[in-house]
Design a protein around this ligand. Structure first.
Ligand SMILES: [Zn+2]
Length: 392
């Protein structure tokens, strides 16, 4: 039994406007009669916009109507589960006593479910395009940062942000000393803010895709990486100097190149300390490392083909870094064991620094002591440790 959705006829039951809207949404404005799928908000031929729909009752709103029922007619007369959005032709068929036998309740319910499930699945595809944006802004010395939001929205395309306001760990107002206590204070603060955003348990599962825009000292980028290690899908961005934008460049320009070169000691000496140098945005000074860890340290390096501030131009290069770095960690673990620390020295853009913390396997890889570069004269100085775990 059918009623015209936009008219009020005496004796006819008009479902509440909210129910009508929900039905329109569930049907995506198309006829739910199997095989029809006609658009009901504009005329196909003239393209004139009008409401061409009928809201049809599966069980009639009166007990004597088509498929009417002494109890259910009254009970379900405005229940969305009993309503179908149809074109006028199919509304008439549903409404006709003549075709009751051909269109029993079960079949119409099947039509409705089939149509609404299909809409839900098709429109649900967009869910995969949703991303949670995380800003991570920690001053480097006196330098504070902010990021233009329109650039963020541009960079994440074709993804769209989960909310208008990005999640933010912004410590621009915080003063800290680059001392052991200073780093430890920052890590605690970041950890707390991170927990507030990415709550534990059920809420955490909603964060299956995040996009990170970070400007911070390298040790804290590595630390951030260790916090987001268990999030399945993470897109990392940085500002490209050549374009002044956060959008990744196309990869086609540098396809087929070997992006990274890995070197290590001729023989790993288990009684010496182990260092890992990442030379991507610049080249690490090895004499500085040997000065800190001893001339006999086991020195591994992962080095970009052409280290420099413009090197990391494409996502492909970041991906290549992740797999090369992961492979190197595996190799080092084999000779170094789970417990002997790796000392990490990094000249890297934020995505690489984050990735070098994110790729570390908790408890499985050795603890990683991260150093901060405090300038040409001062060289590197120890800042913080990620993946700390004790023997046994
Ligand atoms: Zn139809």
């Amino acid at each position: 039994m059918a009623i015209e959705a936009n008219t009020k006829k005496t004796g006819r039951v008009q479902p509440p406007s909210m129910v009508q809207k929900q039905l329109w949404a569930k049907a995506a404005g198309r006829c739910e009669f199997r095989g029809c799928n006609k658009i009901l908000y504009s005329d196909n031929l003239t393209q004139l916009r009008d409401n061409l729909s009928i809201i049809s009752h599966i069980i009639a709103y009166e007990k004597d109507g088509p498929r009417g029922d002494a109890i259910l007619s009254e009970k379900l007369k405005t229940d969305i589960s009993n309503l179908m959005l149809t074109c006028k032709d199919h509304g008439k068929i549903i409404d006709s006593y003549e075709y009751i036998a051909a269109y029993p309740v079960e079949l119409l319910r099947e039509y409705k479910k089939e149509h609404e499930d299909r809409i839900k699945i098709l429109t649900g595809v967009l869910e995969n395009f949703k991303t949670h944006i995380l800003l991570f802004l920690i001053p480097i010395g006196e330098r504070t940062f902010n990021i233009d939001q329109s650039q963020i929205f541009q960079a994440i395309q074709p993804k769209y942000p989960s909310s208008e306001n990005p999640y933010s760990i912004d410590l621009s107002e915080v003063c800290y000393a680059e001392t052991k206590e200073g780093w430890s204070f920052l890590c605690q603060t970041i950890n707390q803010k991170f927990k507030d955003i990415f709550k534990t348990g059920a809420n955490r599962r909603d964060f299956n895709h995040i996009s990170v825009f970070a400007l911070a000292p390298i040790p804290l980028l590595v630390f951030l990486g260790s916090l987001i290690g268990d999030i399945d899908h993470v897109d990392l961005y940085h500002k490209h100097r050549s374009t002044d934008k956060w959008t990744w460049k196309d990869t086609s320009e540098d396809d087929g190149e070997d992006y990274y070169q890995i070197t290590g000691p001729e023989k790993h000496n288990t009684s010496s300390k182990t260092a890992l140098a990442i030379s991507v945005s610049g080249e690490i000074d090895k004499t500085n490392i040997r000065g800190i860890l001893g001339a006999d340290c086991n020195l591994y390096e992962i080095k970009a083909a052409k280290p420099g501030l413009d090197f990391l131009s494409s996502k492909a290069k970041l991906l290549a870094f992740s797999s090369a770095y992961r492979e190197l960690l595996n190799d080092i673990r084999c000779v170094n064991g789970h417990y002997n620390e790796i000392h990490l020295f990094s000249a890297a853009p934020p995505p690489v620094a984050i990735e070098s913390g994110r790729t570390v396997l908790p408890k499985c890889d050795p603890p990683i002591k991260v150093y901060d570069f405090i300038g040409k004269d001062g060289g590197f100085i120890y800042a913080l440790t990620i993946n700390e775990h004790s023997k046994g």
